[in-house]
Design a protein around this ligand. Structure first.
Ligand code: BGC
Length: 726
């Protein structure tokens, strides 16, 4: 793409106010095509002759802007008239909002000094093939918009009765177009609309709207008002134990929506920011509000839904729904940890934990292809990976977090089968292994350094967020695992990986010599799942024993949890895996469900038995990481697994449990729809299990311990209750 356009910014600094850039122009007859190419330093919303251009919300999304700033292309042929007015409002967005929440005053000041830049060119093609271009330059104008303030964490202030005074000049910026790339990820769009369920008054006397579902996005409201009437809205995820509005867990994020009305009936929603919320408090609102006046609009990346899970257990179904809502709420252009507090960052550790589940629930190939390209762009000189991508002033070099560099591309390849993602990331993957090899204290292990360890593990010592598993153990285990993925990826790409094969063997040897015992659930999980224990079965048995001794409770944190049930059911402890899955007391996946969760929580006990909250400093009610359990349900309970990348060959080995009447999973793969369902039935006085399987590709079926090779097709089988094939 050739840019004749210049970056422009308002000549006069507008502070917090979002500028609108304006261009009026005429076009002759016979236009066959008009395309707008556009991006901004911030987020923008464009209108041509009063009509919104495209559906993209918060364009141009979030990338490592200095190196990769996406521009968008919109076909605007249908919006063009003889006399035209193009208006583009630019908000701070991720580019210029103070982020992360703990950025210091100096950092905030530096962000605030960045210009509200816009670059755009409208390419108009005539019937005779002629091309004319309307491009941002010194002839555009800028004026203040009704949006008086907008930041990612703090919310938005709009004055609908504001009328712009005269147009002001713009300046062209000394900035080239080297970093501009075409849109690579999915567009962010409005996706779901959740009607308000009820409006009620809390014991404290606050007027609160409940949407019945936590969403990420914004409130759209309608109000009949007089000019100057004020709307002020606060956002929250939960109520406290007295039933009052609560959002102390948002920490520094003010998450406020302020709106000054104009005369008459009007509908509004924030344009340049987003919130994570289930409840809103009407701090100020004209008249007597009714639920019909409020809609929660969920905004996220436009991904195709591909996977569905359901069962006979309503609590489990709510968990499945919470996992999906967790993904919706945190796949807003980058995979974020949470959508509400002063973070909302692309934490790598969370992404690698959840990527498999994510890739089954939705088609996330494009989404991760873009994010991984940012990872490669932001990789540190020494090969370590920033803890958050796009990098945002946090550190780098933590095991399990940085390993997103290998785990995410490998999973995307396994789910979708296109080696291109490995090609794109291979250098980044290798460089990351090089970082570990160069920075470890002991050769062939990963010792030393600072790690997040088994983050939020329940076996953490009092006062710590880090579980009791040994840091060097976890780091060395991931060193081995990531090296094995580099070997696999290299083989797919036809690269010489002998160096990594040798390295892998040495790591395994050193690991076995060094870590001769396994002390925690997470250590056992990793030793088995990564194939490091000398006797895998024995270690899995030891894990099962430990889980039982721990009261049939999980103790794992971010590192151990995603693999815990896989290890149990992979080595004959399926019943125990189900016990953990179906458990409703704390700690468990279903405990939050019993407490009314509509998304997945950061802590197993975000709300404790007695109704108290976990400390305000870190208590998100929309953190997808533990939602990783859904991939166990797809792969083990329902039994659908890719036997070859992209499901070109499938293994379907369902594992029923007597505590569920039925369970069903479906997955839209690149080959077509896979479905696996099982139910307990009674026939002629005989209890049986009935299996229904649809496979779009050759598959190995494992039913009742019997393996069968089948072609694409639909199959029904029965086993007796004990699971033997009949
Ligand atoms: C985030 C996590 C993240 C962690 C790093 C937290 O503040 O919300 O999910 O992975 O920091 O340990």
């Amino acid at each position: 793409m050739e840019w004749s356009a210049k970056w422009i910014a308002p000549a006069q600094e507008m502070g917090d106010v979002c500028p609108v850039f304006v261009k009026e122009f005429a076009v002759g007859e016979g236009v066959t095509k008009a395309e707008l190419f556009i991006t901004a330093m911030g987020v923008y919303e464009a209108f041509l002759n009063g009509e919104r251009v495209g559906e993209y919300v918060l364009a141009p999304g979030w990338t490592s802007y200095e190196k990769r700033l996406q521009y968008q292309r919109y076909d605007v042929t249908g919006l063009l008239k003889e006399q035209n007015r193009l208006e583009v409002t630019v908000g701070k967005g991720w580019y210029r909002s103070p982020m992360p929440g703990w950025v210091n005053e100096e950092g905030k000041g530096a962000r605030a000094k960045l210009p509200a830049g816009l670059i755009a060119q409208l390419v108009i093609t005539g019937a005779d093939g002629s091309r004319s271009v309307i491009a941002t330059d010194a002839d555009w104008t800028a004026q203040e918009s009704p949006i008086r303030f907008s930041e990612i964490y703090d919310g938005e202030t709009c004055d609908a009765s504001f009328e712009a005074k005269e147009a002001q000049p713009v300046v062209c910026l000394e900035k080239d177009t080297q970093n501009l790339i075409p849109q690579q990820g999915e567009e962010i769009r409005e996706q779901e609309y959740v009607a308000a369920e009820r409006i009620f008054t809390t014991p404290k006397g606050e007027l609160v709207v409940d949407f019945g579902q936590e969403v990420t996005g914004y409130v759209r409201f309608t109000v009949d008002a007089k000019a100057g009437d004020e709307v002020e809205i606060s956002h929250g995820e939960v109520l406290d134990k007295e039933g009052n509005f609560y959002n102390e867990n948002y920490r520094g994020a003010k998450a406020k929506l302020r709106y000054t009305c104009k005369d008459g009936l009007q509908t509004w929603h924030p344009r340049m920011t987003f919130f994570g919320f289930r409840y809103i408090r009407l701090d100020s609102f004209p008249g007597t509000p009714a639920p019909e006046q409020f809609t929660a609009v969920a905004v996220h990346s436009h991904m195709k839904r591909t996977g569905r899970l359901s069962s006979s257990n309503p609590l489990l179904n709510r968990l499945f729904s919470n996992v999906v809502w967790g993904q919706r709420g945190n796949f807003l252009d980058v995979p974020t940890d949470c959508p509400q507090r002063d973070e909302r960052l692309g934490w790598t550790g969370d992404a690698q934990a959840f990527v498999k589940t994510a890739s089954y629930n939705y088609d996330v190939e494009k989404f991760f292809t873009k994010w991984l390209a940012d990872m490669a762009a932001d990789q540190c000189e020494d090969g370590s990976i920033p803890h958050v991508i796009p990098a945002c002033g946090t550190g780098s070099g933590s095991a399990a977090w940085d390993d997103a560099a290998t785990i995410v591309p490998w999973q995307v390849y396994m789910t979708y089968g296109d080696p291109q993602i490995l090609r794109q990331q291979f250098d980044c993957m290798k460089k990351y292994i090089g970082y570990i090899s160069a920075s470890t204290k002991d050769e062939y292990l990963w010792t030393g350094g600072t790690h997040y360890e088994d983050w939020l593990g329940l076996d953490a010592p009092v006062g710590s967020y880090k579980g009791s598993s040994r840091a060097d153990f976890i780091a060395s285990a991931f060193y081995a695992y990531s090296t094995s993925l580099v070997v696999k990826a290299g083989k797919v790409l036809g690269e010489d990986v002998s160096e990594y094969e040798a390295l892998y063997e040495n790591i395994v040897k050193a690991f076995r010599q060094t870590f001769t015992d396994y002390r925690t659930q997470t250590e056992m999980v990793l030793a088995v799942h990564f194939g490091l224990a000398e006797d895998l079965q024995k270690t899995a048995d030891q894990l099962a024993k430990k889980v039982k001794a721990d009261g049939e409770k999980l103790q794992t944190g971010f590192v151990g949890t995603p693999y815990l049930l896989h290890v149990l059911s992979g080595y004959g402890h399926t019943e125990l895996a189900y016990t953990l899955l179906l458990r409703t007391e704390y700690p468990s996946w279903l405990y939050p469900v019993t407490k009314g969760a509509t998304t997945v929580w950061e802590h197993w006990d975000g709300i404790m038995e007695n109704g108290d909250f976990w400390s305000t400093d870190m208590n998100s009610f929309n953190h997808y990481a533990y939602g990783a359990v859904a991939d166990w349900v797809y792969e083990e309970a329902a039994g659908i697994k890719p036997a070859e990348p992209g499901f070109a060959k499938i293994r379907i080995a369902p594992k029923p449990d007597a505590r569920l009447e039925w369970l069903e999973a479906s997955l839209e793969t690149r080959q077509g729809l896979v479905r696996s369902a099982w139910s307990h039935i009674e026939e002629n006085g005989c209890r049986k299990v009935r299996y229904e399987i649809i496979t779009p590709a050759p598959a190995t079926l494992v039913i009742g311990g019997v393996e069968k090779e089948v072609q694409a097709g639909e199959y029904v089988f029965f086993t007796d209750e004990k699971g033997s094939c009949i």
